[in-house]
Design a protein around this ligand. Sequence first.
Ligand SMILES: NC(=O)c1ccc[n+]([C@@H]2O[C@H](COP(=O)([O-])OP(=O)(O)OC[C@H]3O[C@@H](n4cnc5c(N)ncnc54)[C@H](OP(=O)(O)O)[C@@H]3O)[C@@H](O)[C@H]2O)c1
Length: 305
Amino acid sequence: MEKIMLGVSGLSVPPVAVGCMRIGGMDRKTAEEFVSASLDLGFNFFDHADIYGGGKCEEVFGDVLKTDASMRDKIFIQTKCGIRSGMYDFSKEHILKAVDGSLKRLGTDYIDVLLLHRPDTLMEPEEVAEAFAKLKVEGKVNHFGVSNQKPGQMELLAKYLGTPIVANQLQFAPTNTGMVDTGFNVNTAFDGAVDRDGSVLEYCRLKDITIQAWSPYQYGFFEGAYIGSDKWPELNAALDAVAEKYGITSTGAVASFIMRHPAKMMVVTGTTKPSRLAEIKAGADIRITREEWYKIYLSAGNRLP
Ligand SMILES: NC(=O)c1ccc[n+]([C@@H]2O[C@H](COP(=O)([O-])OP(=O)(O)OC[C@H]3O[C@@H](n4cnc5c(N)ncnc54)[C@H](OP(=O)(O)O)[C@@H]3O)[C@@H](O)[C@H]2O)c1
């Protein structure tokens, strides 16, 4: 499994981030096994958010960290802030408070990467810059990024930040390919031409911002997993064919599909099962062909003009 550079952070990270949004209900032993299995696979980059499980996910992870004092230096912790009940909040006050809360729940004194979770239209970029500068000087956060932002929003932030945006977390799966579709359908009247994210894929590649693909196994907006679903027969057949050829599973084939894109995206997993992480690792080691990539893309109902 080849590592990738996380934006211009200088951090060399695995192409798979272990998403921790669904670990809030795990007991200590299960959580320990989950983290340990991730590390055995070389997956040492963990994705959190202050709101996952109402804080419980960070807490469960923090309890695992406490069991082994040497673990913290061997892993990367990314978390997010900026979502509050019924609103988004990128105020300096909220960002600082949220990070202190995450540090406490995680039981660590630094976060490797902090992402702004969902764009706040009331954002004052000067305030965000002040918050980030303070967090960096205090050693609480080393690197910064965003999530679900389009180029104009990142440009606005970048004008004030004294630190680079190293990552942008965006939804991407064979069933959620908006940022690719718009590139294929330029200058056509087809639905795929509708640009919902302002050429964010090309922008991130131009600016060396790593795209992190969230919900890689869900269709729609958390409507369910498409693997094994009878709503996606052609997609499942295409994934099965790739899986069979390379001796992996269809879950692994999805990771191969996402990583085959030259944007060098990270896959942010959501599974709570170590066995599925192992399938994803097997897929991360395979480079599928151009023909296979297009076959999977088209089998999810996408069209080329
Ligand atoms: N930035 C954002 O706005 C944002 C939004 C959402 C999520 N995220 C991040 O992205 C991560 C992934 O999101 P997600 O949990 O929605 O991702 P996902 O990997 O698309 O979905 C995982 C869910 O699908 C189930 N699943 C069923 N079949 C599966 C298969 N064959 N392979 C893999 N999973 C299968 C898993 O169940 P099992 O546990 O039983 O495997 C789990 O419940 C989160 O943990 C979070 O870190 C970020």
